[in-house]
Design a protein around this ligand. Structure first.
Ligand SMILES: Nc1nc2c(ncn2[C@@H]2O[C@H](COP(=O)(O)OP(=O)(O)O)[C@@H](O)[C@H]2O)c(=O)[nH]1
Ligand SMILES: [Mg+2]
Length: 321
């Protein structure tokens, strides 16, 4: 019985888990962040990675050519970021170059950014989504996260700024509308591209928004969601086991358990106000646990296959606090 496991057993499970994480072979993480100029690609990836890897602002350079990604090293892991609008602005060579990037580096996650407060699903985006699917195959959607950026700017044009309930309803309606246009039957673009329904159901669509001027200090969305945590978890959930561990390793010092986040809230401290921190809700924490444990079970010696109760006791040690 799991409950009767001694502290010694727990410690050995924990050691094996930590050893497994420490010795994860993946020393590089490759992000493709794609979307039109100004949709917030650079800001999003900086918040996700927790370092200013890409320069923000309209006047700044994206990594315009595919051969020189932005690069930062965190906890010994090289984080490479391609964040150009090349797919959307009709650069004919871009897709071919991107394919060679993929075969050289292996893209770990693709983040497709669309501005949520645009009322239009632009033809450039529709074309880029088709090109991405043609160039990489339909399976690209298994490791893609769609980010609806500027979500904190979505506001009911008929409501006052401070009319929270009205703005929340409007926000949720807009979110549903984007989901419908992306993967809804019968005319969502991804349905029309004949992507597997299982892949489409699993494809994370997350609303993200950061208007504070500080990418490390995210603001909640109109519906109160902590978007950075949701974005992080979505990326983690679509990555391979090894890439997921690498993402965990570069983020470990920022992950805050649900219990700590709750305690902070009880003390009237908004956990998202702590620069760089990624506070989990209980639901997000469970999703993280489950995925981590699934990955671990795939590689752990059979003698170490433990029950979920043990998993939670062991994995709870994985947070910053
Ligand atoms: N309100 C709001 N502003 C954003 C958001 N993301 C980016 N910005 C602003 O938009 C500008 C362009 O963002 P950037 O990340 O450089 O866009 P990129 O061209 O897609 O890389 C930034 O300087 C920010 O001022 C967001 O989610 N919400
Ligand atoms: Mg940029």
């Amino acid at each position: 019985m799991a409950e009767s496991l001694s502290d010694v057993d727990l410690r050995s499970y924990q050691q094996v888990l930590l050893h497994w994480i420490e010795n994860n072979p993946q020393k590089k993480l490759s992000f493709l962040v794609t979307g039109k100029t100004g949709v917030g690609k650079s800001r999003l990836v900086n918040a996700l990675v927790g370092k200013d890897v890409a320069e923000e602002g309209r006047q700044r350079d994206s990594c315009t050519n595919t051969s020189t990604p932005h690069k930062v090293t965190i906890e010994g892991i090289d984080v490479l970021v391609w964040d150009s609008p090349g797919l959307q602005d009709g650069d004919a060579n871009y897709l071919e170059n991107l394919k060679s990037v993929n075969s050289t580096h292996g893209l770990d996650v693709v983040i497709y950014c669309i501005k949520m407060n645009d009322n239009k699903f632009y033809a450039e985006d529709k074309m880029a989504i088709c090109k991405l699917t043609e160039g990489f195959g339909k399976d690209v959607w298994k490791k893609t996260v769609i980010a609806l950026t500027f979500a904190n700017q979505v506001q009911d044009p008929d409501a006052e700024d401070h009319d929270k309930p009205a703005n929340q309803i409007y926000f949720l309606e807009e979110f549903t509308e984007w989901e419908r246009q992306l993967r809804g039957a019968p005319n969502g673009i991804l349905i029309n591209l004949d992507i597997d329904s299982e892949v489409l159901t699993a494809l994370p669509i997350v609303a993200v928004g950061n208007s504070t001027g500080n990418p490390k200090k995210p603001r909640p969305l109109p519906n109160g969601d902590k978007w950075l945590s949701e974005l992080w978890l979505s990326c983690y959930s679509v990555m391979s086991d090894n890439a997921g561990i690498a993402l965990y390793k570069i983020s470990k010092h920022r992950l805050v358990s649900a219990a700590t986040a709750k305690a902070l809230e009880a003390a009237n401290i908004d956990p998202t106000d702590i620069p760089g921190d990624i506070p989990f809700t209980k639901e997000q924490e469970n999703a993280f646990f489950n995925r981590m444990w699934e990955s671990f079970k795939r590689v752990a010696p059979t003698a170490l296959t433990a029950t979920g109760v043990v998993a939670i006791a062991v994995i709870a040690t994985l947070f910053k606090k």
